[in-house]
Design a protein around this ligand. Sequence first.
Ligand code: EMZ
Length: 389
Amino acid sequence: MSHDEKHELIPDPFGELRLESGINPMDDQNDPVAMVLRHKDVRRCAHNWKTYQSGAQPGRIVVPSEVKIRDTRQIPFEVDPPQHGAYRALVEEWFRRPLESGYEEKLKSIVTKEIEKAVAQKSIDVVSDFALPLQSRALTLLLNLPAEEAETWISWGTHVFRSDESKLDASKANILYDYIDEQIDKAKENPGADLYSTLLESEYEGRLLSKEEIKGVMILTFAGGRDTVINMVTNTIAYLASNKQALGQLKNDPAIAGKAVEELIRYFSPLTHMGRVVTDDAQVCEHAAKANSRISLCWASANRDESVFEKPNEIILDRKVNPHVAFGFSHHKCLGAPHARQILKTLLQTLPSMIDSIEITDQEENIEAWGEIKRKVGYHKLIANFKSI
Ligand code: EMZ
């Protein structure tokens, strides 16, 4: 490992394999997964939904597979075209609300309060005392629910299906399912201007959505944008703590915030990969992908592909050409992306005018294991001191 690599915030562990074979073969619960590593192949496979499907069995495209802890289909995530498009059309507009005027201001007030709280305390754990409450409070805006609702979600911790004890925690998952059931029933009795009520009025193929379908959308909303957003925020704080000049750059030139958002999300790639089920015997990079086996689209590796990105392992806040796939690619690209982007943009525009520097005093890295490969995706714990201006 070179000197530079050692000090990299989020190192790229896929480099060698990406050049050599383009594949990282791994096992998940006795079911092989071939991780596809090159940008070109990741995009090609993501686009080819006929051969590489999302809808085979609820939970199977997630790695580690969640088939043992849920049978509710997450919608539109686990549905293939053409049904996928019809479901997506029902929710697309709602998930674009973060781009409407007024939303950013509300988000700014949430972000500002969280920074003020961090400054007021001598030392905080960025994961549990900053990123998690920020993610949950921002989610009340996205769902258009009262701010207090965030307290319940904060109590669930960073992941709704994983706990310290287990990577797949069924009892934890049940807390979320029961909560969602209850909320759907409440909205049925007492409709409001929130996402549940909107879904209860939505029609698919000429009929109202079923409770199971609504539950599928809501599970995705709670699970999909949770640890990913928390890692994005925590990694941003770790980056700004070790790069004081970046704080200055963002403060002096706030117009780069938009580009900086894309670059940080490319670099962090909070979702390492997402699986697909192979429908017909196929070949990816000379690797035989057998029917009914799984491949995964490794966004994190594609985002460091040296044939696409100049100096891929450097964070260049105003990077000009940035065709990253951190939010996925093609039909299934992330529904929550406008919301995630707004959260990071607001943070990058607010923090530099409130904070002089950030000091990290302790940390525990969150390292994922994918076969032989280990990847740092963020932190379990990041103890920091926010020093105000
Ligand atoms: C699924 C997934 C969605 C899955 C875009 O990613 O996120 C994971 O964190 C969940 O465990 O169920 O929602």
